[in-house]
Design a protein around this ligand. Sequence first.
Ligand SMILES: Cc1cc2nc3c(=O)[nH]c(=O)nc-3n(C[C@H](O)[C@H](O)[C@H](O)COP(=O)(O)O)c2cc1C
Length: 195
Amino acid sequence: MIKLVFFAGSSRSDSLNKRLAKAAATAAKSATRGVPNGPEVETTFIDLADFDIPMFNGDLEHELGKPVDVVKLKAMLADCDGIFIASPEYNGAYTGLLKNTVDWMSRNIGGQEITPFKDATIAICSASPGPRGGLASLSPLRLLLSHIGSMVIPSQAAFGGATFNDDGSLKDEKQQKLLDAVLTNLIKTAKALKS
Ligand SMILES: Cc1cc2nc3c(=O)[nH]c(=O)nc-3n(C[C@H](O)[C@H](O)[C@H](O)COP(=O)(O)O)c2cc1C
């Protein structure tokens, strides 16, 4: 069994990237159907809007120690074999929300020795209403995650003008196939690296 967690770098209620993360969570369950020795896949979608995580500040960390939702999110991200991140593009890079989340997750606070992105197997994708699909956010995100020890798989995709069916899948079949290919690679890599 391979456990995957999906989340987006946007807390907006109508976020395209949340929809992409949800579409990926659904598609991942069948991504290895028909693949010889393809593992079963369990998926969890996380909405960062459900976590009360303040903007990182060293004084705050000193004062608060372990914000409850930081501990909760760390535990959820650590308890999986692979992570899928849907990253919106803000001004040619990833969002402040995503960076703030990564910063909190990278801290060993109050003896909680879990840094869930270190050694994690991660796939990154992006979606936007524009034609380039938020592609410019992916290179800086890859660099950031690599810097903190994540294994970011080479396969990635940017979904321009992404629209979704009622069942949550991408309307454009070519885009859905691209997403499926990223997911198959994420699952294969997560399985190979699972200790
Ligand atoms: C502050 C800000 C900066 C943005 N910068 C870019 C950009 O550089 N390139 C781009 O294609 N879209 C840009 N956008 C548009 C976002 O990609 C678009 O709003 C996207 O839907 C946001 O992701 P979400 O739907 O998951 O919230 C920007 C949006 C905001 C709010």
